[in-house]
Write a protein that binds this ligand. Structure first.
Ligand SMILES: *[C@@H]1O[C@H](CO)[C@@H](O)[C@H](O)[C@H]1NC(C)=O
Ligand SMILES: *[C@@H]1O[C@H](CO)[C@@H](O)[C@H](O)[C@H]1NC(C)=O
Ligand SMILES: *[C@@H]1O[C@H](CO)[C@@H](O)[C@H](O)[C@H]1NC(C)=O
Length: 303
């Protein structure tokens, strides 16, 4: 009896052993199969794909940190009356406008939430546009603190000089390259942003609005510039009484009368069509003084 039991156990053992091994083998096999079937596609989807390569410079290093720092600097120190603005929300709305999206199909709607969070009233008579005269116009508003260029408003201040873009295949910013307006695509996230904020800046302007133009180049009014393409056409005739142009010549360049040049005539004509009055002054005194501060020795700066 005992021997039979033993023999039967010993007889069964190889059989049981095989079936257990088979079971283990099957388990391992199916286990691996599941891992392969699930993990490989997931891995392919999640694996960071290289960003597309563009002709333009990539996103500015530390883009988000710069954006946040500027938002707090502006709302707490530069214009504390905007201290109620929520910089965290603004930063999120900014990046949501372009992350995980094709940087060549950016739209005004992408930036709509950001626009709503950063609305800001510029007082009438205090808007200053500029074209090809960035340095001088900003020197001027630095001194005349109650006048505003786009870069003196919250959103312009935050984005000034930065570059950014995302990629439809990734949730990261592309720090290597971003689409260039000329060579890659016109509706890129960067250009669409500036067109959108410039449009709003012009739409909001009221009273007498001003523009600093560069009289030392052949076309002080350039129809392809942001001012000539976007801002002039988005001024609201019902609230803009007049556009005052200040055409500034570089110190030492031959003093020509740019206000009567053909390029300024084009501007005059566009505004006439839009029922907005226009006036033009060469070398506006207060801005001329600023130019002289930088060139005190020049003969034309001896008063
Ligand atoms: C804007 O300027 C015009 C012309 O100089 C003036 O009549 C008007 O009162 C000014 N508006 C404000 C709000 O200062
Ligand atoms: C005019 O444009 C030239 C060339 O870009 C620049 O060097 C100069 O500073 C500008 N002048 C003014 C008055 O903005
Ligand atoms: C860029 O966007 C504008 C406005 O959405 C559209 O009218 C235009 O056709 C677009 N241009 C290109 C090249 O896609």
């Amino acid at each position: 009896m005992a021997s039979h039991r033993f023999s039967s156990v010993s007889e069964e053992e190889p059989c049981c052993d095989i079936s257990r091994k088979t079971k283990i083998c099957l388990c391992v096999f199916f286990g691996l199969l599941i891992v392969v079937v699930i993990a490989v596609p997931v891995g392919i989807l999640m694996w960071p794909r290289p960003h597309k390569e563009w002709k333009g410079e990539g996103t500015t290093a530390h883009f988000y940190e710069i954006l946040m720092g500027r938002c707090y600097t502006y709302t707490q120190i530069v214009r504390p009356e905007l201290g109620h603005k929520d910089c965290q929300k603004i930063g999120k709305a900014f990046t949501s406008a372009f992350l995980s999206k094709d940087p060549c199909s950016s739209t005004e709607q992408d930036y709509e939430p950001l626009m709503e969070l950063t609305n800001q009233a510029v007082p009438c008579n205090k808007t200053l546009f500029w074209s090809k005269s960035s340095q001088l116009a900003h020197d001027y508003t630095r001194v005349r603190q109650n006048m505003f260029t786009l870069e003196d408003t919250l959103l312009g201040y935050m984005a000034d000089g930065l570059r950014w873009c995302g990629d439809s295949g990734s949730s990261d910013m592309n720090y290597k390259s971003c689409p260039n307006w000329r060579e890659d695509c016109s509706n890129n996230s960067f250009s669409v942003f500036w067109n959108t904020v410039s449009k709003r800046f012009a739409e909001d302007a009221c009273g007498v609005v001003h523009v600093v133009l560069n009289g030392s180049i052949s076309n002080p009014f350039d129809e392809r510039s942001t001012f000539g393409r976007v801002e002039v056409f988005n001024l609201r005739p019902e609230k803009v009484h007049r556009l005052q142009a200040w055409v500034m010549h570089d110190i030492g360049s031959a003093g020509s009368d740019s206000c009567s040049s053909s390029s300024i005539n084009v501007l005059k004509w566009i505004l006439k069509e839009r029922s907005i009055a226009f006036s033009c002054e060469n070398n506006y005194g207060p801005i001329r003084l600023l130019q002289c501060v930088k060139n005190p020795e020049h003969p034309s700066c001896r008063f």
